[in-house]
Design a protein around this ligand. Structure first.
Ligand SMILES: N[C@@H](CCC(=O)N[C@@H](CS)C(=O)NCC(=O)O)C(=O)O
Length: 252
């Protein structure tokens, strides 16, 4: 039995919403059709699941979920698609290992340690300490870089010429991906983004940057001196990073 059971109706629009997300994610589910015209939505055993007497209802690992929009949000969280954004810790590891470390190392050691000690999550705290100490040689670095490489490779595969991650129009998926691609640029990882390496990503980035929203929401906020410093530090370690990129390519 699948761990996803969908109580739904073939024609119901709310059921369609949920089936679409399941299909987009390639998730198999056990189908329990509810005949609305004959009134199966009022059967006591169904009402025990959905006290609103409506479809859809999703049961996942024993958790009962109702309300199609909430079910779709739940599915988005529970089954992240092709990682269209690396997890936050990966971005932090990459940023600190390459760009922010030399800046942080200029601070007094006690101030630096106090900032690390204040990170509440133990795994993030340990990773921050490690990258501050070892930079791109930290054991956490390869995994973080791999998350970024997976992102730009997935984008390259998904983007149609002139298209957007969200389809025909710039949308949430594009907004979600942009900061991570931009971070690679700001860390001077630009060989990864060149047209010769990933033509669709390169074209996409140029088109995102040409949008008025980019200027307002991102460009206007960028601290030029810090970006310059990050890029200088990134250029200095690119040779080492390139080896990690090659190892990632070799191991798939
Ligand atoms: N807000 C609910 C609405 C669900 C809803 O109204 N479902 C309709 C089918 S689209 C239904 O089951 N109607 C039962 C009926 O007509 O008795 C959701 O989005 O899940």
């Amino acid at each position: 039995m699948s761990d996803l059971v969908l109580h739904h109706n073939s024609m119901s629009s709310c059921s369609q919403k949920v089936r679409l997300v399941l299909a987009e994610k390639g998730l198999a589910f056990e189908s329990r059709e509810v005949d609305l015209i004959s009134g199966q939505q009022h059967a006591p055993e169904y009402v025990a699941l959905n006290p609103n007497h409506v479809v859809p209802t999703l049961v996942h690992d024993g958790h009962v979920l109702i309300e199609s929009s909430l079910i779709d949000e739940y599915l988005a969280d529970a089954f992240p698609e092709v990682a269209l954004a690396p997890r936050d810790p990966a971005a932090g590891v990459l940023t600190y290992a390459i760009g922010a470390r030399p800046v942080a190392l200029l601070q007094p050691a006690e101030a630096r340690e106090a900032a690390v000690a204040a990170i509440p999550d133990p795994a993030r705290r340990a990773a921050r300490r490690s990258v501050l100490e070892h930079g791109v040689a930290a054991p956490e670095f390869a995994g973080a870089l791999a998350a970024f490489l997976d992102l730009i490779d997935a984008m390259e595969a998904k983007l149609a010429p002139g298209g957007w991650l969200s389809g025909d129009r710039f949308g949430l998926a594009d907004a979600a991906a942009l900061p991570y691609v931009l971070r690679l640029e700001h860390l001077a990882m630009t060989p990864l983004l060149e047209a010769s390496a990933r033509p669709r990503v390169a074209d996409w980035l140029a088109r995102v940057k040409a949008r008025p929203s980019y200027a307002t929401a991102v460009g206007a906020w960028l601290p030029a001196p810090l970006v310059d410093l990050f890029q200088k530090h990134g250029a200095a370690v690119w040779g080492e990073v390139e080896q990690v990129v090659s190892a990632h390519a070799a191991h798939g």
